[in-house]
Design a protein around this ligand. Structure first.
Ligand SMILES: Cc1cc2nc3c(=O)[nH]c(=O)nc-3n(C[C@H](O)[C@H](O)[C@H](O)COP(=O)(O)OP(=O)(O)OC[C@H]3O[C@@H](n4cnc5c(N)ncnc54)[C@H](O)[C@@H]3O)c2cc1C
Length: 399
C-alpha cells in the first residue's frame, strides 16, 4: 500500500511510524523547509503516552522532557497567588515536552522505509474510488492508495476535500501566541516552576529551558478571530501592563517569523474520511489548547488508525472503524474544553478568585480526583480502545 501523509507534525510523524512496514510505502510531505522551530511546552499524558510507550519511544521522550516541580499563578509583583498541580490532573504519568522536541524524537526515529520530504506543500487532491492523486507545489503529482491529511487545524486537505474551513472551525474567542527568548533575569525568576500570570482576560506563562532561554506562552480574549498582520507589535500591545517579568518578555519578543500565533479553536466535522482520504489529529478533531491534550490525541489517534488500516479488509472500512472508536474520545475532550474555557482564562476578578480557591483544593486527594474529571474529562486508556478495536472489550472505552 502506498500512503501519502500530508504534514510532518506530531500526528503525521506518529502515523508514519506505525504505517512503515515491509512492502508498504509511506511518503510524508511537509511544507515547512525543515523541522519547525516555533515551540511551546506541552503537557503530555494519557493515551498518547501509552502509544509512545508501545512504539518503544518512551525512553527518548523521557530524555527530552523537562521537569517542573509545580505551576505557580503569580501576581503583578511576582508573588505566588496559587499553586497549579498539573500532574494531579493527568491521573498518571505526565511529561513536559517542547513541541519541536516531540517532533524531533519522532522524526529521528522514523523507520528507513519512510520518505520525509520538507519544503513540499500539498496543493490539490483528486479522490478517486481506486486511489488518490496528490498535487504538490511544484506541479508534481503523487499517486497513492491512501492520503492522510495530518496538516493541522487549517488543513489544506480538509479544505480541498471537505470544503471551506469556516464550516468546521469553532472559534473559542481567544488568540494564543508562543515564542522563546533570551533573558537571564527572567530565566532565574522562573526556574523550577512553570509560572503563569494571575490575570483577567489575558495571561502569559513562562518555562525556563535547559539552554538558558525562556519559552513564553500567551493567551488573550478577542471577539475578532482574524490574525493580526504584525505579530510582535500585536503581542506587545495585547499584553502590556501585566507586570512582573512580562515587560522584559515583551521587549525580548523575537521577529514575527519566529513566533507561533493562532486563534484558539476546535474542528468539528461530520465525517473524518471520504473514499481514500482520511483526516487525523488537529485537521480532523482539534480539541484546542484549553483541552491540553491535542498532541496526545494526535499520537494516540495515529496508533488507532494504523491498527485499523492493518486489520480491516478495506481502507474505507478501516477509516470508518477508526472514527467509530476515536470520535467519542475526542468529542468528550472537546466538550470538556468548552466548559473549562471560563477557568482557563478568567474574565472577571470574581472568576479569578474562584480559580485560586479551586486550585487550593487540589491539595486534597479526594477533591483532586473529582476536579481532574472536570478539568481533563473522562479517563481514557488507549489499551481499552485497542481492546474494543479487536472486539474483545466488554465495555466501551468511554464510560
Ligand atoms: C500554545 C499551545 C499549547 C498547547 N498545549 C498542549 C498540551 O499541553 N498538551 C497537548 O497534548 N497538546 C497541546 N497543544 C495542542 C497540540 O500542540 C496540537 O494539538 C498538536 O500539535 C497538533 O498536531 P498535528 O500534527 O495534528 O498538527 P500540526 O502540529 O498543526 O502539524 C501540521 C503540519 O502540517 C504541515 N502542513 C500544513 N499544511 C500543509 C500542506 N498544504 N502541505 C504540507 N504540509 C502542510 C504544517 O507545516 C505542520 O508541520 C497546544 C497547542 C498550543 C497552540
Amino acid at each position: 500500500m502506498r500512503t501519502v501523509i500530508c504534514g510532518a507534525g506530531i500526528s503525521g510523524l506518529a502515523l508514519a511510524h506505525r504505517l512503515a512496514a515491509p512492502g508498504g510505502e509511506v511518503v510524508v510531505v511537509e511544507r515547512a523547509p525543515g523541522p519547525r522551530p516555533q515551540g511551546y511546552m506541552i503537557d503530555f499524558f494519557g493515551p498518547g503516552l501509552e502509544a509512545v510507550e508501545a512504539m518503544g519511544l518512551l525512553p527518548a521522550f523521557e530524555r527530552a522532557a523537562y521537569h517542573y516541580d509545580e505551576g505557580r499563578l503569580v501576581d503583578q509583583n511576582g508573588r505566588r497567588r496559587a499553586t497549579l498541580r498539573t500532574k494531579s490532573f493527568s491521573r498518571g504519568r505526565l511529561l513536559d515536552l517542547l513541541r519541536p522536541d516531540i517532533e524531533a524524537v519522532l522524526a529521528e526515529n522514523l523507520p528507513a522505509q519512510v520518505e520525509l520530504r520538507y519544503e513540499t506543500a500539498l496543493t490539490d487532491v483528486v479522490n478517486r474510488p481506486d486511489g488518490v492523486a496528490v498535487t504538490l507545489g511544484d506541479g508534481t503529482v503523487l499517486d497513492a492508495d491512501l492520503l492522510v491529511g495530518a496538516d493541522g487545524i487549517h488543513s489544506t486537505v480538509r479544505r480541498r476535500v471537505f470544503g471551506p474551513e469556516d464550516r468546521y472551525l469553532r472559534y473559542l474567542g481567544l488568540h494564543t501566541a508562543a515564542f522563546t527568548f533570551d533573558a537571564p533575569d527572567v530565566h532565574a525568576a522562573t526556574k523550577h516552576a512553570f509560572c503563569l500570570t494571575d490575570s483577567v482576560n489575558r495571561q502569559m506563562g513562562f518555562y525556563a529551558l535547559r539552554d538558558g532561554r525562556v519559552a513564553a506562552f500567551a493567551v488573550h480574549r478577542s471577539a475578532d478571530p482574524a490574525i493580526p498582520d504584525a505579530l510582535r507589535v500585536a503581542i506587545q500591545r495585547a499584553y502590556t501592563g501585566l507586570g512582573w517579568v512580562t515587560p522584559r518578555a515583551l521587549e525580548q519578543c523575537p521577529p514575527d517569523e519566529e513566533i507561533y500565533y493562532d486563534q484558539v479553536a476546535q474542528i468539528e466535522l461530520p465525517e473524518w474520511s471520504t473514499g481514500r482520504v482520511v483526516l487525523l489529529g488537529d485537521a480532523a478533531y482539534a480539541v484546542s489548547l484549553i483541552a491540553g491534550q491535542g498532541a496526545s490525541l494526535g499520537i494516540a489517534g495515529a496508533f488507532v488508525l494504523a491498527d485499523r488500516l492493518a486489520q480491516a479488509p478495506t481502507i474505507e472500512r478501516a477509516a470508518a472503524e477508526f472514527e467509530r472508536l476515536w470520535r467519542p474520545v475526542v468529542e468528550d475532550k472537546q466538550r470538556n474544553a468548552r466548559s473549562m474555557a471560563r477557568w482557563f482564562l478568567p474574565s472577571s476578578p470574581t472568576d479569578l478568585r474562584i480559580r485560586r480557591i479551586m486550585l487550593g483544593l487540589t491539595r486534597v486527594p479526594f477533591v483532586t480526583g473529582y476536579l481532574s474529571s472536570i478539568l481533563a474529562g473522562k479517563d481514557i486508556r488507549l489499551a481499552d480502545v485497542m481492546r474494543q478495536a479487536s472486539g474483545a472489550a466488554t465495555e466501551p472505552a468511554v464510560a
